[in-house]
Design a protein around this ligand. Sequence first.
Ligand SMILES: *Cc1c(COP(=O)(O)O)cnc(C)c1O
Length: 471
Amino acid sequence: MKSNEFRKHAHHFVDWMANYMDAVESYPVKSQVAPKEIYDQIEQEMPIEGVEVDQIFSDFKDIIMPGITHWQSPNFFAYFNANGSAPSILAEMITATLGVQGMKWDTSPASTELEERMMEWLRDAMGIPSDWSGVIQDTGSTSTLASILTAREQKSNYQVNEKGFKGYSNMRVYCSEETHSSIEKGAKIAGIGKENVVKIKSDELLQMCTDDLEKAILSDIENGYVPCCIASTLGTTGTTAMDSVDDVGTVSQKYKIWHHIDAAYVGSALLLPEFQFLIKGIEKADSFFFNPHKWMFTNFDCSAYFVKDKNALINTFAILPEYLKTSNDGVVNNHCDWGVPLGRRFRSLKLWFVIRYYGLKGIQQKLRSHIELAKWLEVQINDSKDFQMIIPRTMNLVCFHFNPMESKDVPALNEVNEKLLNTLNASGSIYLTHTKVDEVYTLRMVIGQTNVTQNHVENAWSHILESAKNL
Ligand SMILES: *Cc1c(COP(=O)(O)O)cnc(C)c1O
């Protein structure tokens, strides 16, 4: 493609992008297509001849767009957000254009050095100890895997990497019943095994019971197991429950076990000084991550991973075949040695754009406004006769259900609430998801989309009231 042609298409696309942002609320939030509806419209055979961009773009609008769920709609209240923002998209355009592969310092010094600085900005603003080091991983699951692998290597004095599991087949990983599935996945991939993931009971607020944690560790030691890693969570996916970083840290230090903190979603709130109490005791932990691609307006993917002992991380992952040797090895950071993939996207550029565009102050304002909106909704629910909170709100997620008769018949209530959720999502005007708390079907409403305002939340609440009445 000639540059003139590229320019023409790119301008056209940018117009489409800006129009999309303006019109995002006019689409059904959750895609309404049936299974295979998109698949069946794509030709079975790979095309032999090329076609014009205009043709591809027109097919994109006709075939692909109906199968899109609009995560960037301010009426998206499902899962946890995967937010974008205009400055982030602008940076991604440049990233794609440069096509940098930032595996080593040599392969693009700016990619490595901007990443170092962005991780320091975040670390210092969030109250993470200044002697910790940061690196960007693709996703939270990868951050956690890096942590479990490092814990395993540190525990085996780097022998599992060398010799396999001979003599180290009895390691244990601890987390709460509410922990994200990525901990179990990480333990499986790391060769520790799902059966060696010990799920610790959680209390009525769904926080890990630290006394039970210590008991489980003592019992494991007595039975010849080797405790390797404890994962605590700040903001569980079901209900944003907060484990005590401080109490878990005390146990992890006592028994010399790696302590990993999963703050995937809620971590962004540490940019607000009033929430930094959540990581009291972090100096006793070993690693921490949060996803700017969730609640920091930086489009997917971008996971910020911090580690106390960067040498433990590097010793776990470093490789140096002849073809990767450079004259600067040992002087600079080569981030391919800080995680699983060799090749690395230039993700720090979008962080730089987002942080500089909004400033810390602008990001803080957005975060605080989302928390205020969630507070507002919580008040409406507590004041309503027909709805109940399932668990107190800890951040910007509201967990509730419809229970007009204050019934105790859980299966019947669950059925009604599932029906309510399906009705809401089929309407296309808002999108929520659910979880279960003690077998109770719970509607989750996450208020954290980049552009969500009071208006959107009020409309969503009216819509929920209306739909419940018509059930
Ligand atoms: C989203 C989430 C993850 C996984 O993050 P990915 O980037 O999707 O891999 C892990 N832990 C918690 C608590 C999460 O909410």
